[in-house]
Design a protein around this ligand. Structure first.
Ligand SMILES: Cc1cc2nc3c(=O)[nH]c(=O)nc-3n(C[C@H](O)[C@H](O)[C@H](O)COP(=O)(O)OP(=O)(O)OC[C@H]3O[C@@H](n4cnc5c(N)ncnc54)[C@H](O)[C@@H]3O)c2cc1C
Length: 811
């Protein structure tokens, strides 16, 4: 066994094997994999081997697509068969909402390049002659996916990795992981130590135990998952003997199960409601390459539904029940990327569709490890998307929920109920009394909209328009015409101070830091290739002190960036002030009148201009950090206040605002209003996959300031030309609004993809933020955008279709 390696991969399941393989593809041959027992001994050996391409996420969809493409060529490359049965995959719909879900998905599939067909009941019958079609309104058919043998795929990947120089140590258990003074990792195994530059963990059901070795608590807890294998059925034997092709993998989403042929019998895999989490306190030593006892009672409703749909399923005996642990995370996506606070330590954990994901996960993680970034946006799978709130109790409940939700209709604005409320602002109950309908982000409760008196304060989802549409419109109109307020306490807030603070921050951002005390700047941290990693509102509080505000969901992600970049000489202090200060956004033409009535500070334009901040007193609340900025493009302030004064402030502002027509607004109104201003949303419009120039952030990139991460890549792009450019589209709509993730066409050819969208209640049209090829950026360019399978006319408009001259926010 080697004592030194460039990278050590822990875990020899399909995911670890793929990472090892792809590290060698990136040119790293000094890499090893250690496996406690045998390769595939975790969850991989008993996986059903299905490779569903259906996924609503653009990033995860790309990961899955790459896997399917890779597995098709792996045998030729390595000589190891993977038993890829390209049967296709048929997802049934028994109602129109489900059809809308499929149509919405098809937009994403088009942007990724996944082939699909929408088919009717008669085509379902010809693809699956043994299925009854009553109640079926249509189906989504993927002709190119199917199933593989997960063990064979793992062996092929391992073989390919070995061909690239990697070594694999079986029966080698990692028992400890430490960081040396020199910054190297020492991986201790029961066979000796390996010192390395990078550690990547892919330990499946052991993920929490592995993370605990480096002091981290990660939200991975498996859930029990079962499938049933039947005896052979005469009908299937007959089909086989007659030379018929295997029927597609069948998924009845509305009955929450999948079914496929297996050795002239059938496999049925339900996703039931009450599947329990397992190994909550770790995998016991006694659990080897084992399974749990089957629990058919739990599966009964799904078995009955399957018999109704495929009667032959009820005519054969059950040969086997496979009940194994399937790793889960609270949102069902894996943890793939850097570990919080630990340099060169990477997680590839929490895979619930690990066979489907392994190929792409290996590729994109290997890119990240070897090149410092992946070629696609990895935020949806980034381990730092979860914070400390995702503790064991949260993880257990949310993972059970994520499992039960596999086949639910995935509405883009869906809010899931488990573990709610967790983190609340002090004014939570006051907002609830005003009809707040809540959403949850990063554990925080945030008002999505406010149900007026007499309106049921609950979401009724739709891919077209939810029940909030009209009320959100009223919130927009009252904010734009008088004044609105919302609670954004969930914002991430840091203070960076010390003699080295200025040069530290300056080296991280593409913009210049504000020079004068009290000035505010919007700044971005880029990836080496110029992609947009983070966005901060930065306010200079003193010569050596800065206040940084970023998205609430970015707390760990941004803290990790700052922590890992801190100089080791103690010249910079980083403090997380997220829960010390609450935030109200007070904005609209009458915002000044409301706030002025509560403070002695001079709020006039001359004394308190746009993009400045002052610490003021408001009512009894001292030290209210008022930032003259907002995300909706109106006259207004963000009031970052000491959290203990929140309810006092709330009451005073609401009382002072009443005569001015002050109304509360929620996140959905905010989202529509920021689109009217072409303000980019971090995490959807601003992601690492597109550079700062492609994202239209030119005015926040200061090439004249000296070096910063991404500078040389951006200069190169300027010379070579951009691949895409973010533009705002006005969309002609007829009852369904753009949501993001839709394909955009010119003369029938796809030329771009949307990253966000909404109805503009101010302009009376749909609005989309769209990355298009450079030839299609001129205002007035006529395009089409596909909404729920229908192409809608769209026109590129000038930036900021609402108040392009910025008169309102500077009023
Ligand atoms: C019944 C069932 C059916 C499934 N069907 C499908 C399907 O059809 N399609 C699909 O995509 N997914 C399916 N899955 C999920 C799939 O099995 C997993 O997502 C996938 O196998 C995870 O692979 P992995 O490499 O992450 O983990 P694992 O396969 O669990 O591998 C982790 C490895 O790490 C090793 N390890 C742990 N700790 C240490 C240590 N300290 N030192 C050294 N080694 C260590 C373990 O021994 C293990 O071999 C199914 C799961 C179940 C339970």
């Amino acid at each position: 066994m080697k004592t030194h390696a460039r990278a050590v991969v822990i875990g020899g399941g399909v995911v670890g094997a793929s990472i090892l393989y792809h590290l060698t593809k990136q040119g790293w041959s000094d890499v090893v994999l250690v496996e406690r027992t045998e390769l595939t001994a975790g969850s991989t050996w008993h996986a059903a081997g299905l490779l569903p391409l259906f996924n609503m996420s653009y990033s995860v969809g790309q990961i899955h697509k790459y896997s399917v493409d890779l597995y098709k060529r792996l045998e030729e490359e390595t000589g190891q068969p993977v038993s890829f049965h390209v049967t296709g995959n048929l997802r049934l719909a028994t109602n129109q909402e489900r059809m809308d879900e499929y149509r919405h998905y098809c937009g994403t599939a088009n942007t990724i390049g996944v082939p699909f067909e929408m088919v009717g009941p008669s085509e379902v019958k010809s693809l699956w002659p043994l299925a009854e079609t009553d109640g079926i309104v249509g189906a989504l058919f993927h002709p190119h996916d199917g199933h593989v043998a997960p063990v064979d795929v793992t062996m092929a990947l391992t073989k390919g990795a070995r061909m690239g120089g990697a070594e694999v140590y079986r029966h080698t258990k990692v028992v400890g992981i430490e960081r040396s003074q020199e910054g190297e990792w020492r991986v201790s195994t029961d066979k000796g130590d390996i010192v390395c530059e990078h550690v990547i963990t892919a330990t499946g059901n052991y993920a929490r135990q592995t993370a605990a070795m480096v002091g981290l608590d990660i939200p991975v807890i498996p859930v029990e998952h079962q499938y049933i294998v039947t005896e052979a059925h005469p009908e299937l034997i007959k089909r086989h003997e007659a030379g018929y092709a295997e029927m597609p993998v069948l998924r009845e989403s509305d009955a929450s199960y999948y079914m496929r042929e297996e050795r002239q019998g059938l496999i049925l895999g339900p996703y039931e409601k009450d599947a329990p989490a397992c190994f909550v306190d770790g995998v016991p030593e006694s659990f080897g390459q084992d399974l749990f006892p089957g629990d058919l009672e739990r599966l009964e409703p799904h078995i009955e539904a399957a018999i109704r749909r495929v009667p032959i399923f009820g005519e054969v005996g059950i040969k086997d029940v496979v009940n194994g642990p399937i790793a889960y995370t609270p949102d069902g996506n894996p943890l793939l990327g850097p570990a919080f606070g630990l340099k060169n330590f990477w997680f590839a954990e929490g895979f619930s569709f690990g066979v489907t994901a392994a190929g792409g996960a290996g590729r994109y993680l290997a890119e990240w490890v070897t090149q410092g970034e992946a070629s696609i946006d990895m935020l949806p799978v980034d381990p730092r998307r979860f914070g400390a709130y995702a503790n064991k109790a949260y993880t257990k409940a949310k993972n059970e929920e994520a499992y039960a939700h596999v086949f639910i209709t995935h509405y883009p604005m869906e809010e899931r109920p488990a573990c709610r409320p967790a983190k609340t602002s002090p004014c939570h109950d006051r907002l609830a009394a005003q009809g707040a309908v809540w959403g949850q982000r990063y554990g925080w409760e945030r008002p999505n909209w406010f149900a007026p008196e007499g309106v049921d304060p609950h979401d009724i989802y739709s891919f077209r328009r939810g029940n909030w549409w009209e009320h959100v419109g009223n919130e927009v109109r009252s904010t734009r015409s008088s004044v609105g307020m919302t609670d954004l306490t969930s914002f991430t807030k840091f203070e960076v101070s010390g003699p080295g603070a200025e040069s530290f921050l300056d080296s991280l951002i593409a913009n210049k830091l504000p020079k004068k005390i009290g000035r505010i700047t919007l700044a971005h941290c880029l990836t080496p290739s110029g992609g947009v990693r983070s966005e901060f509102t930065i306010c200079r509080l003193a010569a050596d002190r800065f206040y940084l505000v970023s998205s609430g969901a970015a707390e760990r992600y941004d803290q990790d960036l700052l922590l890992k970049a801190l100089p080791g000489d103690g010249s910079v202090m980083l403090e997380n002030h997220t829960t010390r200060r609450g935030v109200f956004v007070l904005a609209g033409p009458r915002a000044r009148d409301v706030l002025q009535s509560l403070t002695d500070a001079d709020l006039s334009n001359a004394a308190f201009p746009w993009l400045t901040a002052q610490d003021i007193s408001v009512g009894l609340a001292p030290d209210v950090r008022a930032l003259r900025v907002n995300f909706i493009g109106e006259l207004g302030w963000e009031l970052h206040h000491p959290i203990e004064y929140q309810n006092h402030l709330y009451d005073r502002i609401m009382a002072a605002g009443e005569p001015q027509g002050l109304k509360l607004f929620g996140m959905r109104a905010l989202d529509g209003m920021r689109l009217e201003k072409s303000y980019r949303m971090w995490g959807s419009d601003l992601v690492t996959e597109y550079s700062a120039l492609e994202s239209g952030l030119d005015r926040f990139v200061r090439f004249d300031k000296g070096d910063f991460i991404g500078r040389s890549a951006l200069l190169r792009q300027k010379e070579e030309g951009l691949r895409h450019r973010l533009v705002t589209l006005k969309v002609e709509i007829d009852g369904c609004d753009p949501l993001g993730s839709e394909p955009v066409y010119s003369d029938g050819i796809m030329v771009g993809r949307a990253t966000s969208g909404a109805y503009s209640h101010t302009l009376g049209c749909g609005l989309s933020m769209v990355y298009v090829a450079p030839d299609f950026t001129a205002p007035g360019t006529q395009l089409e955008i596909e909404l729920l399978g229908v192409r809608h006319k769209a026109e590129v408009c000038e930036e900021s279709p609402y108040d392009p001259a910025n008169n309102s926010l500077r009023a």
